[in-house]
Design a protein around this ligand. Structure first.
Ligand SMILES: *Cc1c(COP(=O)(O)O)cnc(C)c1O
Length: 380
């Protein structure tokens, strides 16, 4: 199956017509338990926390999309990140990208630190700083690229090389890029996590997460965590994500095209001090993004000249861009990270500029999106 291209894998990967009925879509096996034919003997499934056929279909699909040998589905992106963090032991050292996802930041600051893990937050675009942050106890480096909401791009191959030299794992949260735009496992990552809530699900109707790896030992440990800690998604949620991934390559093309058009237009707008988008020539890691990614994604950040007040007025005025957290759905969303997704960092030196507005560009007609933003920015 893995010989097929991603557009084909998205639709057929890990899925075949149901052997009992011929159903073309994997059925929603809404059952907690499975009849056994003898003591300890059954048809492969026992209990849905441990394994479920709809979840198994999703896991096969996600593994193929990321080019990994194994995927595990979790109840949320955070549950997936939590499982990855539990690979660390007391005394281990963890290097984390400085603008890591807000809730991952608080997970690391509280639970991971409480488990006795030492943590350094580093700007991963500065490879010398990363090199200096490594210790003999460094066990993992946690990467997001593009980051949220600064959209910084980290050099995955260079970071993987450093990890290899230190015997550390590279974990990559690939939620923003999706497997359509970059494949961290092929660049040396030990594991990749996703919030399937975002682009993979793609319709803002489900919460889910996943971990993908090629490492059999890591997979075994994560599999143990999945069935033992039990943060598993239900079969209906798995089915929704599976339905979403079928159109992922098609949707990503439009997200990227719309975002590129909007970013070019926004960067010339007088109400905006700075437009941040990896596809723009003035993005600090534009060349790296061109090399590492097959598209620049659907996320744009803009910094308003009028500060936080202008940012707040803008997000209340847009009609097509809905004021909401989250991202990656077919519909466009807008938010002010400093007061919403990144409020947790407000009192730290990782605080986000209150004038920054984050756009999740949907797949509506780009001219309608442009007019919506243009109208909302009148007089700002
Ligand atoms: C949303 C998100 C998460 C968390 O995922 P949930 O499904 O909300 O638990 C983690 N990382 C990134 C980059 C995200 O955007």
């Amino acid at each position: 199956m893995s010989e097929y291209r991603i557009e084909t894998l998205a639709i057929h990967g890990g899925q075949a017509p149901d052997p009992t009925t011929g159903a073309v879509m994997p059925p929603i096996y809404q059952t907690s338990t499975f009849a056994q034919t003898d003591v300890g003997v059954g048809k492969g499934f026992v209990y849905s926390r441990v394994d479920n056929p709809t979840r198994a279909a999703l896991e096969r699909n996600l593994a193929l999309l990321e080019g990994g040998a194994h995927a595990l589905a979790f109840a949320s992106g955070m549950a997936a990140i939590d499982a990855a963090m539990r690979l660390l032991r007391q005394g281990d050292h963890l290097i984390v990208c400085d603008d890591v996802y807000g809730r991952a930041f608080s997970l690391i600051q509280s639970l991971v630190v409480r488990a006795g893990v030492e943590v350094s937050f580093v700007d991963l675009t500065r490879l010398d700083d990363v090199k200096a942050a490594f210790r003999s106890s460094t066990k993992m480096i946690w990467v997001e690229t593009p980051t949220n909401p600064q959209l910084k791009i980290a050099d995955l191959a260079a970071l993987a090389e450093m990890c290899r030299a230190h015997g550390a794992w590279m974990g990559v949260d690939n939620t923003f890029a999706t497997p359509c735009l970059q494949n961290p496992l092929a660049l040396g990552a030990a594991l990749v996590v996703h919030s399937t809530t975002k682009y993979l699900g793609g319709h803002s109707d489900v919460i889910g997460g996943a971990v993908v790896t090629n490492d059999a030992a890591l997979h075994d440990e994560l599999r143990f965590l999945q069935k033992t800690a039990g943060a598993v998604p239900g079969p209906h949620d798995c089915w929704l994500v599976l339905r979403g991934t079928k159109t992922l390559p098609l949707r990503m093309e439009r997200h990227c095209a719309n975002a590129m058009r909007l970013a070019e237009w926004l960067s010339g707008h007088k109400a905006i001090a700075r437009t941040i988008y990896p596809g723009l020539g003035d993005h600090p890691q534009h060349e790296l993004a061109r090399r590492q990614m097959r598209g620049f994604g659907g996320m744009i950040s803009i910094v308003m000249r009028g500060g936080h007040d202008a940012a707040r007025r803008l997000v209340k005025r847009t009609k097509l861009f809905t004021l909401a957290v989250s991202l990656g759905g077919v519909e466009s969303l807008i938010e002010v990270p400093a007061g919403m997704t990144h409020a947790l960092k407000a009192d730290s030196d990782l605080a986000v500029d209150p004038a920054l507005v984050r756009l999740s560009v949907g797949i509506e007609h780009v001219d309608d999106l442009k007019e919506d933003l243009n109208d909302a920015m009148l007089g700002l």
